[in-house]
Design a protein around this ligand. Structure first.
Ligand code: PGA
Length: 250
């Protein structure tokens, strides 16, 4: 059985104080008896403070990004060991906004996945097609390429413990959610691709999230799909009520 994982990607929102307020309010509600993993991914400036404040709570910490080098002259970048030191157990890698605005290629994404694994940080590896690709019926060939290149030289054991997030670009921040059937279709195809790159055992173990305008009112239907093991949530992760509606959606 794959455990559902709900991750909130706060993107470029919230000061340290605001981050701590949201974390405190979530930590007071998320129950440790809950059978779901709940992850908060604040901006880097809040990572340490949030990491300290969630100690002893059921919440886990994720970073939204990191660089793949160990250390060195990389002005403005943050190393894997630095986010681990803040308490990050997860890191989002290859988000479409990083790919689009910061030129991250599949090769860069692959380096970051490798670096995260080396530091025992679980990658949340994002893939997903644009609207033009969907309309041209290139969704699965594009995602298969992202998976093949992003996972180059990653072992089956490491893939089993990572998280893949299917995020159709046209559904991110647009209010346009993929229907639960569309999401399930691609998540199932991602699982099949993992089976062909590795084996069925690996594909059955890896957790696959859906992301793109997930809200309290569509989460239950999405999470009920057999190949969808969680949600990566942007806009609706910024307030306690909106995020908890997804965490508790059944
Ligand atoms: P959204 O973002 O929920 O605001 O659409 C999702 C994401 O980019 O991870």
């Amino acid at each position: 059985m794959r455990k559902i994982i709900i991750a909130g990607n706060w993107k470029m929102h919230k000061t340290v104080q605001e981050s701590l307020e949201l974390t405190k309010s979530l930590a007071g509600i998320v129950s440790s008896s809950d059978s779901r993993d709940v992850v908060v991914c604040p901006p880097l400036t809040s990572l340490y403070a949030v990491g300290q404040s969630i100690k002893g709570t059921p919440l886990a910490l994720g970073a939204q990004n990191m660089y793949f080098e160990e250390s060195g002259a990389y002005t403005g970048e943050v190393a894997p060991a630095m986010i681990a030191d803040c308490g990050a157990a997860y890191v989002i890698v290859g988000h479409s906004e990083r790919r689009e605005y910061f030129g991250e290629t599949n090769a860069v994404v692959n380096n970051k996945i490798n670096a995260a694994i080396k530091h025992s940080i679980t990658p949340i590896f994002c893939v997903g097609e644009s609207l033009a690709q969907r309309e041209a019926e290139e969704t699965m060939s594009f995602i298969a390429e992202q998976l093949t290149e992003g996972l180059a030289d990653i072992s089956s054991a490491d893939v089993k413990s990572m998280v893949i997030a299917y995020e159709p670009i046209w559904a991110i921040g647009t209010g346009k959610t993929a229907t639960s059937d569309q999401a399930e279709e691609v998540c199932g195809a991602i699982r099949n691709t993992i089976a062909s790159l590795y084996d069925v055992e690996t594909s059955e173990a890896v957790r696959i999230q859906y992301g793109g305008s997930v809200k309290g009112d569509n989460a239950a239907e999405i999470l009920a799909k057999p190949n969808i093991d969680g949600a990566l949530v942007g806009g609706a992760s910024l307030t306690t009520d909106a995020f908890m509606a997804i965490v508790n959606a059944k």
